[in-house]
Design a protein around this ligand. Structure first.
Ligand code: IPD
Ligand code: CA
Ligand code: CA
Length: 307
């Protein structure tokens, strides 16, 4: 069994996250066993991968959540749609970071977020997220939060970083595996790389959000995420003192086309940059590959190079 900790002194007060965390620890252990053994990769789309680990662990989570919370609904990435009329619904990503997993890159997690859905909510409306669990089995790191109670990493209270400006920040993003040619994100990647300590693209949106919550990153943004990617991470960030919105500052949505999570302190600066970029302003100019090649040729010929 894992050595990752639950919030000890608070454990008894947690309504759902403690029990869900035990399930996530077991699920993570299964992922790790598949990872060590190696698995075949299949394609869901042109570069959208899936493995036996995604399916097996979602089936495990479905059964384990049903036994632990028989009244709760479950909405999973690999197709689980159970009791969606329930007032409480788990969004489950059995393996966030499948591309990493399939390539032997040890950065992935299990993510589970619980949404409270009032009786009058329309299908496209969000209820509050009330519990969150993300578990990284390779680092044995367990991230847990409950609404209004706080957020913990391996039993220790977590807080977002206090870095006040983008120029001193480490931030992260991700790119979709579907419709890659219609995503403008590479322009944002370029711009933010030039204005921060760096941009990481580590391949697990849930862990990116967890890392904002525990202060390893100052911010994370991505286009086109799904509720199973974000439900748990949103609550972790908010309970750790951070902020999550769309790119124009509107309240974040579970079924989000735009996610901007930060330590709060640099949020307005980031929103300003998004606004400027959407207006077509503030693009920093870097040399094209052809300009660089011309300069290299000049250097090799002993002439003055401009780059
Ligand atoms: C993906 C990861 C990745 C993000 C993609 C997601 P999956 O989830 O979170 O970091 O950039 O948008 O689809 O497919 O590995 O569960
Ligand atoms: Ca995912
Ligand atoms: Ca997944």
């Amino acid at each position: 069994m894992s050595s990752a900790g639950l919030p000890s002194e608070k454990d008894a007060e947690l309504e759902w996250a403690g029990r869900a965390a035990r399930i996530a620890l077991e699920a993570g252990q299964k992922l790790k066993e598949f990872f060590v053994a190696g698995v075949e990769t299949e394609y869901k789309g042109d570069v959208d991968l899936v493995t036996v680990a995604d399916r097996t662990v979602e089936a495990f989570l479905r059964q384990a959540l049903l036994e632990e919370f028989p009244e709760h609904g479950i909405y999973g990435e690999e197709g689980t749609r159970d009791r969606l009329e329930s007032g409480l619904r788990w969004y489950v990503d059995p393996l966030d970071g499948t591309t990493n997993f399939a390539h032997g890159f040890p950065h992935f997690c299990v993510s589970m977020g619980l949404e409270e859905r009032g009786p009058k909510l329309r299908d496209d409306e969000d209820g509050p997220i009330v519990a969150a669990v993300i578990y990284d089995p390779m680092r044995d790191e367990l991230f847990v939060a409950e609404r209004g109670r706080g957020a913990w990493l391996n039993g220790r209270r977590m807080r977002v970083s206090t870095t006040p400006v983008l120029g001193e920040s480490l931030i992260a993003t991700g790119f979709p595996s579907r419709k890659r040619h219609s995503s403008p994100n590479i322009h944002f990647y370029h711009e933010f790389t030039l204005r921060s300590h760096g941009v990481r693209r580590a391949g697990s949106a849930a862990l990116d959000l967890a890392y904002v919550a525990c202060g390893r990153l100052e911010a994370f943004w991505e286009f086109h995420l799904n509720p199973w990617d974000t439900a748990a991470g949103f609550l972790l960030v908010e309970e750790a003192g951070g902020r999550v919105t769309s790119f124009d500052g509107a309240l974040r949505k579970l079924d989000s086309q735009e996610v901007l999570a930060s330590n709060g302190r640099i949020h307005e600066e980031l929103l300003g940059l998004f606004a400027a970029m959407f207006r077509g302003q503030d693009l920093a100019v870097i040399p094209t590959a052809a300009e660089y090649a011309a300069s290299r040729r000049a250097r090799q010929a002993g002439e003055a190079a401009t780059i």
